[in-house]
Design a binder for this molecule. Structure first.
Ligand SMILES: [Zn+2]
Length: 473
C-alpha cells in the first residue's frame, strides 16, 4: 500500500525589538535569570499592558512578505492555562481575529520542484517564560526574562508531503524573515521554534488522516528527522490495522525517538476571550502601505532578477540569494564592472569561503574587481588570481603588487615559454611520439604540463602556438 504524508507547520518567531510586547523591559537573550522583568510581564495585579508599535510593525511586514491579507482590525485574546512559567495564568495572543490570514510561500521541494505552500494565518502574541530543568538537581527553576517577549505565530496549510519538504519550507521562511529583518531566527536561542502536525493517508485519498503534533525539534535537520520517525511510526500502526491517536509527540534528538506527551488539548480548553485590558488593534490603510513599502526585494524576486537581468544559471542565482549579504556583495562586484557570471564564480568559489567562516567579506568589491581585471587583460592567469585573492583580505596592497611579490605575473615572453616547452617535451617522449602519430588532442596535456612547470605563470593563450611550432619541427 502506498502512503502519503501530510504535514503542516506552526512556527513561532521572536521579533527583533528592543523591548517586550506589552512593557518596556528589554527583549534580550542571555541576561542573568529574572533580571528583565517588571509588574506587567510578571502579571502583578493592576499592571496594564501597552502594545509595542515596532512589534506590530515587524509582524505586519512579515505578513505582507508572506502575501497575507493584513486585517484593519484584529483582536488580542487571552489564552488561559496554568503553567509555572506563565505568571499571569494566561498568554496574550490572538484567536478568532488574527492580524493576518491567507498568504503563501513558494518553496523548492526536493521531490516536486517549485510549489506554493499556503499560509493559513499569522498572529501576534507574547512569549512565556522558561522552565529550567538542568540548573538545580531534582528541581525546576523558572526564568521570566522571556515572559512577554514579542512573537508571531505563522501557521501553514497542510500542504507539505514529505519531511524534506517541511525542511525546505522552513529554510525558505527563515530566508524571508532574515531578509526583512523581522527576527534573527536563531533556533539555539529559541527565537525560531517549530511544531509540526503530521498525518498519513492512502495515496489518492482526499480526506485527512488523524494527525499528531510533534514538538521539541531544535534544528531544521531535526525537524526532518523527527517527522520521518513519526511518519514511519504512523504507517506501521496503520499497516498493522490500528488507528493513530491524536496526541502530542516529543522528539528526543539524542535517541532519535518520538514519544507521546499528553493528550492534545482542544483549543476550547484555553477558554479564549478578548483581553479586556487591550482595545482591538486598528491599523490604517496608509500605515499598512508604509510597511509594504519598507519591505526589501524578497529572495524569490531577487533570484528571478539575477537569472533574467544578470543571465545567471538557476544554481548560481539560488546560492547568491540564500543570504542578503551574499546577494549584496555579488551585486557590488558587478557594479564595479565585473561580468556577472565571472563575479558569480568568484563569489561562490572564493569569497564565500571566508564569509562562511567569519560572516563578512574581507575583500572589498572594488579590490576583487581589480583582480578580475588583471585576469582579463592577461597580466595574471586565473590560477594565479586564485592564489592572490586571499592575500587581498584585510590589506591595502594592490592585486598587481601581490602578483609581483609572489612572482605570479604571467609570462608571455617567447624565450621563457620556449624553455618550459622544451623541458616538457624532453620529459614526455612517449606523448610526443603519440602526438606526432596523430593524437592531436594531447595538446591539452602539454599545455597543462607547461602551466605546471611555470607554476601557473605561463600565459596559456601563448603556449599553444609555441608548442605546435616545436612539435611540428
Ligand atoms: Zn516587563
Amino acid at each position: 500500500m502506498t502512503w502519503e504524508t501530510v504535514i503542516g507547520l506552526e512556527v513561532h518567531v521572536q521579533l527583533l525589538t528592543r523591548s517586550k510586547m506589552f512593557c518596556g523591559c528589554a527583549n534580550r537573550f542571555g541576561a542573568p535569570p529574572n533580571t528583565l522583568v517588571c509588574p506587567v510581564c510578571l502579571g502583578l495585579p493592576g499592571a496594564l499592558p501597552v502594545p509595542n508599535e515596532h512589534a506590530i510593525r515587524l509582524a505586519t511586514r512579515a505578513a505582507l512578505a508572506l502575501g497575507c491579507t493584513v486585517h484593519r482590525t484584529s483582536v488580542f485574546a487571552r489564552k488561559n492555562y496554568f503553567y509555572p512559567d506563565l505568571p499571569k495564568g494566561y498568554q496574550i495572543s490572538q484567536f478568532d481575529r488574527p492580524l493576518a490570514t491567507k498568504g503563501s510561500l513558494v518553496i523548492e521541494s526536493p521531490e516536486r520542484g517549485r510549489l506554493t505552500v499556503g499560509i493559513t494565518r499569522l498572529h501576534v502574541e507574547e512569549d512565556a517564560g522558561k522552565s529550567l530543568h538542568d540548573r538545580f538537581p531534582g528541581r525546576t527553576a523558572v526564568d521570566l526574562n522571556r515572559a512577554g517577549a514579542p512573537l508571531v505565530e505563522i501557521v501553514s496549510e497542510p500542504d507539505m508531503r514529505s519531511p524534506a519538504e517541511a525542511r525546505a519550507y522552513l529554510t525558505t521562511l527563515k530566508q524571508v524573515l532574515l531578509y526583512c529583518e523581522i527576527s534573527d531566527c536563531n533556533m539555539e536561542e529559541g527565537s525560531l521554534r517549530v511544531d509540526a502536525n503530521v498525518s498519513v493517508r492512502q495515496a489518492g485519498d482526499t480526506r485527512l488522516g488523524t494527525k499528531t503534533e510533534v514538538k521539541n525539534m531544535n534544528s531544521f535537520a531535526n525537524v526532518e528527522r523527527a517527522l520521518t520517525v513519526e511518519r514511519d511510526r504512523q504507517v506501521e500502526v496503520m499497516e498493522a490495522g490500528g488507528r493513530v491517536e491524536q496526541v502530542t509527540m516529543l522528539f528526543n534528538a539524542a535517541s532519535g525517538e518520538v514519544r507521546p506527551m499528553r493528550s492534545k488539548e482542544e483549543s476550547h480548553d484555553y477558554r479564549y476571550f478578548p483581553d479586556p485590558d487591550l482595545p482591538p488593534l486598528a491599523l490604517t490603510q496608509l500605515w499598512v502601505e508604509e510597511q509594504h513599502a519598507a519591505l526589501p526585494e524578497l529572495p524569490d524576486a531577487k533570484r528571478d532578477r539575477f537569472m533574467t537581468i544578470h543571465g545567471l544559471p538557476p544554481y548560481d542565482a539560488g546560492v547568491l540569494v540564500a543570504e542578503r549579504p551574499i546577494a549584496d556583495y555579488f551585486e557590488a562586484v558587478v557594479e564595479e564592472g565585473v561580468e556577472p557570471k565571472a563575479a558569480s564564480n568568484w563569489v561562490i568559489n572564493d569569497a564565500m569561503r571566508g564569509y562562511n567562516e567569519s560572516g563578512t567579506f574581507s575583500v572589498t568589491p572594488d579590490r576583487l574587481a581589480s583582480l578580475v581585471a588583471l585576469v582579463k587583460d592577461g597580466t595574471v592567469s586565473n590560477q594565479a588570481a586564485k592564489r592572490i585573492f586571499p592575500e587581498l583580505a584585510n590589506s591595502a596592497e594592490s592585486s598587481r603588487a601581490v602578483a609581483e611579490r609572489l612572482g605570479l605575473l604571467q609570462v608571455g615572453d617567447l624565450d621563457a615559454l620556449g624553455g618550459w616547452v622544451d623541458e616538457v617535451l624532453a620529459a614526455n617522449p612517449k606523448e610526443v611520439e603519440r602526438y606526432k602519430g596523430g593524437e592531436v588532442k594531447l595538446i591539452g596535456f602539454f599545455v597543462g604540463q607547461v602551466m605546471k612547470k611555470s607554476q601557473g605563470k605561463a600565459d596559456p593563450k601563448k603556449i599553444q602556438p609555441v608548442l605546435q611550432e616545436k612539435l611540428s619541427s
